[in-house]
Design a protein around this ligand. Structure first.
Ligand code: 3HC
Length: 284
């Protein structure tokens, strides 16, 4: 697993709890420690809730090796990347994965906004590159989108689908188009909520309450944008816009300005809600 942010460390937990040995890689010791803390906290929470025994927690942790060297992936059969959503960063990661992993190994990306086909083209094994798109929080959400490209080998799709099933997830095969399926539906709705908020039609609590109370979703859209990350939502809107050029996919100006200001949601401490003061947040 390359990249141990909120998604990467959640994905490590999912694999380790399903019995896989996982090597998690980060760029430096500080990032590695953040990933370790995320994983340990999540497992401690599961123990506190009685969903995992202390022995099981230790067994899960024993399956996980954390390192700052991508060369430690030399024995891996299957790699997943969850690094920031920039093609130059992905290029660097996939060049190393291509060099280090055995020729038959599958390289997967958890990208939510970049083209899997373009990522596959960065490697010398495009037929073995797929999208494996998890949802946040990875240990909780059931769906995994399996994103095939025009050159993905059928056997690779079959392996990825089987892996997702062994994780206890529901795999859904989707085509490499902007937003795939879930984000193409979800993110424009989140963006519409920003538009309502920007036009001052209602307060953030009223907008979120309208959805949780009327439709029964667990979170309102503004709280969900804070969980997913405003930067991630903006990136998805921008690729939808770039691919389809319809007004439905124009990012709300406020979303863009908040990202420019560094208000990225929970991960930066502030988005539509202030996460440095948890009592203010309805879902905290
Ligand atoms: N890691 C592990 N487990 C977690 C977790 C985390 N980060 N956050 C919550 N959980 C678990 C809890 O332990 C609890 O488990 P239990 O029911 O077995 O005790 C369960 O999830 C419910 O959590 P809580 O009781 O603490 O809180 P809530 O009931 O408010 O649920 C939530 C929190 C699961 C986040 C829920 O609000 C939810 O489902 N929200 C919607 C999330 C969503 O829509 N995600 C998709 C976003 S789109 C995306 O990710 C794609 C990307 O490409 C943009």
């Amino acid at each position: 697993m390359v990249g141990l942010g909120a998604m990467g460390s959640g994905i490590v937990e999912v694999f380790a709890r399903a019995g896989f040995n996982v090597t998690g890689v980060e760029v430096d010791d500080a990032a590695l420690e953040r990933g370790r803390t995320h994983l340990e906290r999540s497992l401690a929470k599961a123990v506190a809730k009685g969903k995992l025994s202390d022995t099981e927690r230790q067994t899960v942790l024993d399956r996980v090796t954390l390192t700052t060297s991508r060369d430690d992936l030399a024995d891996a059969d299957f790699a997943i990347e969850a690094v920031p959503e920039r093609l130059d960063v992905k290029r660097d990661v996939f060049a190393d994965l291509d060099r280090v992993l055995p020729p038959g190994a599958i390289l997967a990306t958890n990208t939510s906004s970049l083209s899997v086909t373009e990522i596959a083209a960065l490697t010398n094994r495009p037929g073995k590159v797929i999208g494996l798109h998890f949802f946040n929080p990875a240990p909780v959400m059931r769906l995994v989108e399996i994103v095939g490209t025009v050159v993905t080998e059928p056997g690779v799709l079959a392996v990825a689908t089987e892996v997702a099933k062994r994780l206890g997830k529901t795999p859904v095969a989707v085509t490499d188009r902007a937003g795939f399926v879930a984000n193409a539906l979800l993110v424009p709705y989140l963006n519409d909520a920003v538009g309502l908020y920007e036009r001052k039609l209602a307060s953030r609590e009223e907008i979120d309450g309208a959805i949780t109370k009327a439709v029964g979703l667990p979170m309102g859209p503004l709280a969900l944008i804070d969980l997913v990350g405003l930067d991630v939502c903006l990136a998805v809107m921008d690729v939808l816009w770039a691919e389809f050029r319809t007004p439905r996919y124009a990012a709300a100006p406020l979303l863009r300005r908040m990202v420019a200001a560094g208000l990225l949601g929970r991960k930066s401490g502030r988005g539509f809600y202030d996460h440095s003061r948890p009592e203010q947040h309805p879902e905290a």
